[in-house]
Design a protein around this ligand. Structure first.
Ligand code: NDP
Length: 405
C-alpha cells in the first residue's frame, strides 16, 4: 500500500550499448560487500529485481525498477533523450512527480525546467553529485533532492589512482606505440616518470578524497590535502598527511593534484588561469569530481604551454560534451567519458539505493539523512556538509550540441 497514489516517475538514463542490450558480461558475479568503509550500511531495499553486475544504468536496464513501480500502480517513463526543448525529458517533465537522473548522462534540472514541472517533488541522483539540479530552485520550490551517498565513492577513487598513474607514467601514448606495431622506446619514455617521492595532494578529503589518499599511501609519495574541515590527528598521522588551509597553498607544493570536492558555487572554476599559474611547472591534474570545477580553456592553455604536464579525469561540462569540446583533442590528456562511478559493480549499489529511496518516499517513511542534499526548503543531511546553496547548472543547454557519430 503506497502512501502516494499513482506517481509518474521520469528516469533519464544513458543510451543502450551500440552493440545491443544486454551486453556479453565478462564476469559471472561481483563481490558481495557488507558495508562501506565508515560502517554505513549498504542500500537496504525490501528486495531487488535485478542481477548485480548487469547493465542497469542504460535505458533497457531501467535501474531494475520497472516491475517494482508498475506493479504498485505508478508510471515509469525511461528515456535517454534529455537535451533541448523538444527532448522527451522536457516534454515528459510537465506532469512528472519524481525525476531520477545519473550524473554520467545528466538530465539537467535547470530553473526553467523546474518551473515547467509543477508536480515535481523529488529528484533522485542515481549516483553521487547533484549539481545537475539547480539546488537553489529546488530549495525555493521545496523539492527534495537526494543521492546514493557512498555508492560509487570507491569506484571513483580507484579510477583516480589509475588516471594519476596513467599521467605520470605516460601510459596512453605507450599503449599507442603497441597498437600501432611500433617499438619506439625513447619516444615512449620521453614523458614518463616514477611517482615515488612526488608530492601528491587532494582538494577535499571526503569519502572519495580520503579513499584516494589511502590508496596512494603505498606508493611512497608525500601526501597533502585541503578541505573545509580537517581530518582527525590520528588519520593525518596514519597517512602522513600535510594539511593546507587553502587550495593555493596545496597546489604550490604538489607535483600532482586530484580533485574530489562537489561542484557548487564555491568550487565552480576553482582551477582557473590564476590557480593553475600557482602550480609547479609540469604538474598533473586528475579531476573525477566535476568538469566545471576547472575552467575549460585554462586547462587547454596550460597543457599547450607546458604549465601542466598532463590532465586526466572523466568529468566534463556539459555532458555529453559537444563533439568539438577542446578536451577531446588537447595535448597530453588521459580523459575517459564519465565512467568512473558507473562500473557494473557501482550500478548494483546505486540501483539498490534508488529503490530504497523510492520505497521510503512512496511509503511515506523518512529517507536516510546521509542520502539527503535538499529537503524542507534548505540544504539537508549530507548536503549541509558538502554543498553551498546556489546553482551550478548554467550553460548546460550546450549539451544539445552533442551528436552521436
Ligand atoms: P563527500 O561529500 O564525502 O566529500 C566532499 C568533500 O568536499 C567534503 O569533505 C567537503 O568538505 C569537501 N568540500 C566541499 N566544498 C569544498 C571546498 N570549497 N573546498 C574544499 N573542500 C570542499 O563526497 P564524495 O567524496 O563521495 O564525492 C565528492 C564528489 O565527487 C561528488 O560531489 C561528485 O561531484 C564527485 N563524484 C564523481 C563521480 C564520478 O563518477 N566521476 C561519482 C561520485 C562522485 P566538508 O564536508 O569538510 O565541508
Amino acid at each position: 500500500m503506497s502512501f502516494f497514489s499513482a506517481q509518474k516517475v521520469l528516469c533519464v538514463l544513458y543510451p543502450d550499448p551500440l552493440t545491443g542490450f544486454p551486453p556479453n558480461y565478462s564476469r559471472e558475479d561481483i563481490p558481495a560487500l557488507t558495508h562501506y568503509p565508515d560502517g554505513q550500511t549498504m542500500p537496504t531495499p525490501s528486495s531487488i529485481d535485478f542481477t548485480g553486475g548487469h547493465l542497469l544504468g542504460s535505458v533497457s536496464g531501467g535501474l531494475g525498477l520497472e516491475s517494482f513501480l508498475t506493479t504498485r500502480g505508478h508510471r515509469f517513463v525511461v528515456t535517454s533523450d534529455k537535451d533541448g526543448p523538444d527532448s522527451v525529458f522536457e516534454k515528459e517533465l510537465t506532469d512528472a512527480d519524481v525525476v531520477i537522473s545519473q550524473p554520467f548522462w545528466p538530465g539537467y534540472l535547470t530553473a526553467e525546467r523546474i518551473a515547467k514541472a509543477p508536480n515535481l517533488k523529488l529528484a533522485i541522483t542515481a549516483g553521487i553529485g547533484s549539481d545537475h539540479v539547480d539546488l537553489q530552485s529546488a530549495i525555493d520550490r521545496d523539492i527534495t533532492v537526494c543521492e546514493v551517498t557512498w555508492c560509487n565513492s570507491i569506484s571513483v577513487a580507484e579510477h583516480a589512482v589509475m588516471q594519476m598513474l596513467a599521467l605520470v607514467r605516460d601510459f596512453i601514448p605507450q599503449y599507442g606505440w603497441v597498437v600501432r606495431s611500433g617499438w619506439n622506446i625513447a619516444d615512449a619514455v620521453s614523458r614518463s616518470y616514477d611517482i615515488e617521492g612526488m608530492d601528491v595532494g587532494v582538494v577535499a578529503s571526503g569519502r572519495i578524497g580520503l579513499a584516494f589518499l589511502k590508496r596512494m599511501k603505498p606508493f611512497d609519495v608525500n601526501l597533502h590535502y585541503t578541505d573545509r574541515h580537517r581530518l582527525s590527528p590520528e588519520v593525518e598521522r596514519e597517512l602522513g598527511l600535510t594539511f593546507h588551509e587553502n587550495v593555493e597553498s596545496l597546489v604550490s607544493v604538489c607535483d600532482a593534484v586530484s580533485i574530489h570536492c562537489p561542484l557548487h558555487p564555491e568550487t565552480e572554476h576553482m582551477f582557473n588561469d590564476d590557480l593553475i599559474g600557482k602550480m609547479k611547472r609540469g604538474s598533473y591534474i586528475v579531476n573525477t569530481a566535476r568538469g566545471k570545477i576547472c575552467d575549460r580553456d585554462a586547462i587547454v592553455r596550460a597543457l599547450e604551454n607546458g604549465q601542466l604536464a598532463g590532465y586526466a579525469g572523466d568529468v566534463w561540462f556539459p555532458q555529453p560534451p559537444p563533439n568539438d569540446h577542446p578536451w577531446r583533442t588537447m595535448p597530453n590528456h588521459a580523459m575517459t567519458p564519465h565512467t568512473s562511478g558507473t562500473s557494473l559493480s557501482a550500478q548494483a549499489r546505486y540501483a539498490a539505493g534508488v529503490r530504497e529511496i523510492l520505497e521510503c518516499w512512496l511509503d511515506g517513511r523518512p529517507i536516510r539523512d546521509e542520502y539527503l542534499i535538499v529537503q524542507g526548503g534548505g540544504l539537508a543531511g549530507t548536503g549541509i556538509h558538502s554543498y553551498t546553496e546556489g546553482n551550478a547548472t548554467g550553460g548546460s543547454e550546450e549539451a544539445a550540441r552533442f551528436k552521436q557519430s
